[in-house]
Design a protein around this ligand. Structure first.
Ligand SMILES: [Zn+2]
Length: 408
């Protein structure tokens, strides 16, 4: 191992760049505590610290408030001794699935068994395109994909503890506000909102602040307990069709935000949704854009990179919609789209790369600036692409957002 002295940084931590056997630069910082730095390049740390101070003045409080870890300062960046590749989170996602954990299924839209394989990921999961109707779906897929979220209460709580005590925000808060603004254009009077698959209730928490009367449905017992105990929300711990009859025709909006792609039988599910909508109620849908996944996959292949986790999230996403197939799915169950649009990308936090724990708080963008800029760049490109395609959503959009009404 060859060491080279580096100058003092602007924030007083002495940094020594270390060239490892793998020729990758790591940082050993601040008075020979080699465990302090993980995963930052020699240039990232000073830049991260500086920009971070300008953009995230509250981060120090947030970090020091996490009692489950021993936080230390390196200049202005907080780092900890923990493996960056092995991190904890609430769900039960796996890197690989064996053949006895998966099941082969028909096309969820037209019922055809004819399909072309596009990709394979997580060893046994395949992304297929239906030969009959062109819908893209996962088959073989995980037998019970909704079980992914039946994780442990304490682990989920750790991910978001500071949000419940009001000391941190959620990384999706800007996205939730954008979603609700769209809904409020269609329903200025607000009203009752049913958030299906509400997870910990983060969207409902913002909706409540804005004057909606939200009710959630969440099959995971741990997530249901967090939403009710920590946020005081009204949540039914069941699947949507199991809601009591008293909820029939009771909702101004039924929201499926990043949920519909998890539903393995989407047609019966859309029929169930119609049961709970008021006669003039609206269905709100937000799903990942399948064409964006195709573009991502092709870009990575062109760069010679095979993503170890795959780009389709196929252990939980069982149907992959694009503009055309989403419209066909809705029309097949008697829904009429009022608006189809694209919303801003979710900027996924990267705490786990530094502290070995997935946290739901926004991480400083400088720690993941390439992906942040890339997501924003493609989002703006998607608006241009949409104008060129005269309103059709193409390959650059990260998601599809639809407001629809049920034909009676
Ligand atoms: Zn089909």
């Amino acid at each position: 191992m060859k060491r080279r002295r580096a100058p003092w940084t602007p924030f007083g931590a002495r940094i020594t760049a270390v060239r490892t056997r793998s020729k990758r630069r790591r940082l050993h910082a601040a008075h020979a505590r080699p465990w302090l730095a993980h995963g930052l390049s020699a240039t990232d740390l000073p830049i991260a610290g500086l920009v971070h101070r300008l953009t995230h003045p509250g981060l120090s409080d947030l970090c020091w408030a996490g009692p489950e870890f021993e936080w230390r300062r390196v200049g202005l960046v907080q780092l900890i001794q923990k493996s960056v590749s092995d991190y904890e989170r609430g769900g039960t996602q796996k890197d690989e699935y064996s053949t006895d954990e998966v099941v082969t299924v028909r096309c969820p839209l037209c019922g055809s068994t004819g399909a072309v394989r596009l990709y394979r990921e997580h060893r046994s999961l395949e992304i297929k395109k239906c030969s009959g109707c062109s819908l893209i779906y996962t088959s073989p897929r995980v037998k019970e994909p909704e079980q992914t979220y039946h994780g442990q209460y304490e682990r989920y709580l750790t991910e978001a503890k500071l949000i419940f005590s009001g000391r941190a925000t959620h990384h999706r808060d800007p996205n939730y506000r954008e979603e609700l603004e769209l809904l409020e254009r269609h329903r200025p009077s607000r009203g009752r909102l049913l958030d299906v698959g509400c997870n910990m209730g983060m969207l409902m928490r913002i909706a409540r602040e804005r004057g909606w009367r939200p009710v959630g449905v969440e099959p995971s017992p741990a997530l249901h307990r967090i939403a009710t105990e920590q946020l005081g929300l009204e949540v039914h711990n069941c699947l949507l069709p199991e809601l009591p009859d008293s909820e029939d025709r009771a909702y101004d909006v039924v929201a499926l935000s990043d949920v519909f792609e998890h539903i393995s039988e989407p047609r019966p599910f859309l029929r169930a949704v119609a049961r709970f909508l008021k006669p003039d109620g609206i269905l709100y849908l937000k799903v990942p854009n399948a064409r964006w996944n195709i573009l991502k996959q092709q870009m990575l292949q062109a760069l010679g990179r095979t993503p170890s986790e795959g780009v389709w999230d196929s252990y939980e996403h069982v149907v992959h919609y694009d503009h055309d197939s989403l419209m066909r799915m809705l029309a097949a169950e008697g829904y009429k789209a009022r608006e189809l649009t694209v919303s801003r990308p979710v900027q996924v936090p990267v705490w786990h790369q530094y502290v070995g724990q997935y946290y739901q708080y926004p991480s400083p963008w400088v720690l993941d600036w390439k992906r942040h800029l890339g997501r924003l760049g493609f989002y703006h490109l998607s608006r241009l692409e949409r104008a060129v395609r005269r309103g059709a959503i193409g390959y650059c959009a990260p998601n599809l957002v639809c407001v629809a009404t049920a034909r009676r």
